[in-house]
Design a protein. Sequence first.
Length: 452
Amino acid sequence: MTRYQRIHYELKQDILNRKLKQGQRLPSITTLSKEYQCSKGTVIKALELLAGQHIIYSKPQSGYYVADNLIRDEVAAEGFYLNTGNPVVDSLPSADTKHCLHLATELYAKHSLDVTLRGIDSLNEALVGYLADDGVYAKAENIHLILGITQILTFLTQTPFPNGGTTILIEEPTNKHYITFLKSVDAEILTIPRDETGIDLRLLEDYFKNKAIKFFYTIPRNHNPLGTYYSYGQRKRIMELALKYDIYIVEDDYFGSTHKLSKYVPIHFFSYQKNCIYLRSFSKEFPFIRIGIAVIPSAFSETFAQLSSQSYYYSYHMPALICQATLEAYIKSSIFEKHTMQINKAIRKKLQLIKACTRNWDPSVVQLVGADSGYYFTLRFPSGIDVKRLIAQLEIKNVFVASNLEAFYLAEHFDNSVRLSISQISAQHLEESLATVYETAEAMKELKCDNK
């Protein structure tokens, strides 16, 4: 490592670890040259590299400063909103946003948008390495850009699969938006229960073996609404069974690397690039653009491309050129590394807080499910507590949560639970909100007992 590379690396680590904070002035060029025993030119070279990566910026006649790295997670003062997992656009640091957009306009200045679902070649090539870092190994030709998860799920639901299956298997509970769509088209659906322990793998094998399953739609980590993740053994076994019985897995990894889990590899890792369609969205990291990724196995690629081309005339899949350029600039710069590190740190802090706040709760009043992965977690209540009434009571107190009823395909399977999200609330207000939820549920239980 050369001297300027060492200066660059150590300053970058100090910024990423927030030893040097947003807006803070860096030591002067003279100070750094003395500290590293090198020329001012060597220091300037390191600083210009950091500036080019949009980690720092310069002020004329003043020096270099750390760029905006503040994660904003409070939306409004009039209420505590735990009922949505969508971060606000302002959650992305404004300076970083401007840098990415500036890079994007320069990067794609001479490009035009082709009628293809794969997107710009340079972005697809960049995505190969980006996905490999998370255990998703795919060739550029198997990576397709999409507008978002919901759109591609709609497409896959209505597309014939090579295995000839007709039934879609889904977890319960799961993504309520997908359930709404499945009901609207009267799709042939089979459900499998999922809870904090995962799913029954013996039941899964029975379904794979004896039912005409087209694909199994699953959210392995950062589960919506449970906030749980499959164990390594469960993920591996799910893919083994899919390969054994020629069933496709549609792996919705919508949250991607926004919340990293130690030694985690996705289901796709065990697929040998067969029978697994891997989906990822960037809406949680970059809320002002709509863009995602679909990794399509080669055996399905030709059919997928043909149908996508036909659907162009009535349902456009391709993200806008500015979205592609912004994503490429984001991935290739250090902004991505810095931003995801900050998001991960904020999520870990809040999930730890949830565990601490609920540790001494009476399980006969409410039970915590999840808070292990991602933005979401679930609170399950005994049958004696009317969840609909609980939600109304909490709204009066300016605490907003969502029922999990719509996350169940069959209403009779609803487990009397609510979903909460940490995406738009500070740690301090999260603690206050959880106390309010528990106190309200406890009061409702006591009132129920008094009325007996």
